[in-house]
Design a protein around this ligand. Structure first.
Ligand SMILES: [Zn+2]
Length: 104
């Protein structure tokens, strides 16, 4: 039976390498994603990966994280909007500069 907190419970289960139960959580540097596809072109449905490190033997176990994924997707959307806004601003500015520097 699926329980809402199953995921969290499993993610606290013993280290399969040494049996340790003390962990710390982190992410992969240079954020990598899990993609639910074998196609080289598929970018949809990517999942942010969080990594559990065993404090006893340093074994790493990656999990995908839906909450973190939503957070990242929002961040990416904000960055995209800002980048597009910036590009439009630069284009408008360069047109203005070109128009105002016409040789007499
Ligand atoms: Zn361990």
């Amino acid at each position: 039976m699926y329980q809402a907190n199953d995921e969290a419970t499993y993610q606290q289960s013993k280290c399969p390498v040494c049996g340790g139960q003390d962990f710390e959580w982190g992410r992969l540097g240079g954020q990598a994603y899990y993609l639910p596809s074998m196609s080289a072109w598929a970018m949809k449905g990517r999942q942010v990966i969080k990594v559990r490190r065993c404090l006893r033997c340093s074994a790493l176990i990656p999990f995908t994280d839906p909450a973190l994924t939503r957070q990242f997707n929002r961040l990416v959307a904000v960055i995209a909007v800002v980048a597009i806004g910036f590009a439009v601003l630069i284009a408008a500015l360069s047109m203005f500069m070109a128009a105002s520097s016409v040789p007499k």
